[in-house]
Design a protein around this ligand. Sequence first.
Ligand code: UDP
Ligand code: MG
Length: 243
Amino acid sequence: MSGSPAPRPGLSLVIPVYNERENLAPLHSELMAVMKSVPGAYEMLFVDDGSTDGSAEVLRQMRAADPQVRVLTFARNAGQSAAMDAGFKGARGDVVVTLDADLQNDPADIPRLVEALAGWDAVVGVRRKRQDNLVRRVSSRVANYVRNRLSDETITDTGCSLKAFRRAALSRLVLYDGMHRFLPTLLKMEGFRVREIPVGHRPRRHGDSKYGIGNRLLPSFMDLLAVRWMKRRKLRYEVKDDI
Ligand code: UDP
Ligand code: MG
């Protein structure tokens, strides 16, 4: 690379990527177009979670053509929570926006999401018209209901990856595998303010979903029990005197 370093971006888009080759170029173009209406410098931080389908090569080309693109590449697949954690730690913006690489989240929602962050620590998208099949829509609804009941929570759609955060809030979290589904709860536990706004949703046109009932239901239920335990066992005390 040559020339002076780019100015520190105010906003980082963090995008986990696992075998999303055909989605990456259209996503990049859509994001570039949308980010014109968001004031300030930004970066697109793609985290390649050990893709084996040629995504790495596409990301390399995007990186070469666009200085706003950064790419972190994992040696092997480590899971969506790990990819997001690496993205959060690598992000340079004070504001972090997360979205999936599969074009299911609509980049056009980003300006509204960022505006909605004013006075809050996190904004969580709620997918208004889910473009997934019936089995996924129903299982997600049931999962959200059970999650909210068991963890005494009120998050409508934690599975929506389109979210905006203050990076300072994220840096307070210690993540474990599976915890990307519980970011709003983990932030609230630290006293941060989290709000929800409606966002769009689109069908997946290329590549496959990485989750099905089989690899999501049981693991995320176990994770829910862990979060429930953490929430109950959170240390709560008030020092009355220190003499
Ligand atoms: N993903 C990842 N690592 C994984 C699984 C998924 O980085 O081990 C990424 C994936 O490429 C996508 C996002 O996480 O950008 C969400 O995955 P997916 O679209 O398969 O989930 P769904 O929308 O079906 O719930
Ligand atoms: Mg998806």
